[in-house]
Design a binder for this molecule. Structure first.
Ligand SMILES: [Zn+2]
Ligand SMILES: [Zn+2]
Ligand SMILES: [Zn+2]
Length: 103
């Protein structure tokens, strides 16, 4: 089922939250619309906590959810390797679930 959510990376503003290019540069995740069309069901991305921002520090969208703040979760079961946190011991995305926290 298609649904539309607010873009997590720019908080729905449609602007690049880091002003990397210029203050009026468009958010690269939603192309400036502030919205993302996606499919249900989905879960809040555990790797970025739903912020859409890369928790590893670089000023780029979350490498797990691509900046949307959510991951598709059809038939999802909690990941045994990371216990649902999406992170491996070194802080990088879990290799088994790719950082989603479920498989
Ligand atoms: Zn956006
Ligand atoms: Zn994420
Ligand atoms: Zn995992």
């Amino acid at each position: 089922m298609k649904t539309t959510i607010k873009c997590a990376f720019c908080s729905g503003t449609g602007k690049d939250p880091y002003d990397l290019l210029s203050p009026i540069s468009h958010c690269l995740v939603c192309s400036g619309t502030g919205l993302i069309e996606t499919e249900k069901p989905f879960k809040i991305c555990v790797f970025c906590g739903g912020s859409g921002k890369n928790p590893l520090g670089a000023r780029v969208p979350c490498i797990v959810c691509g900046g949307a703040g959510i991951n598709h979760s059809a038939n999802s079961v909690p990941c045994l390797q990371c216990k649902g946190t999406g992170k491996s011991t070194d802080g990088l995305p879990c290799t088994m679930c790719k950082g989603k926290g479920f498989n």
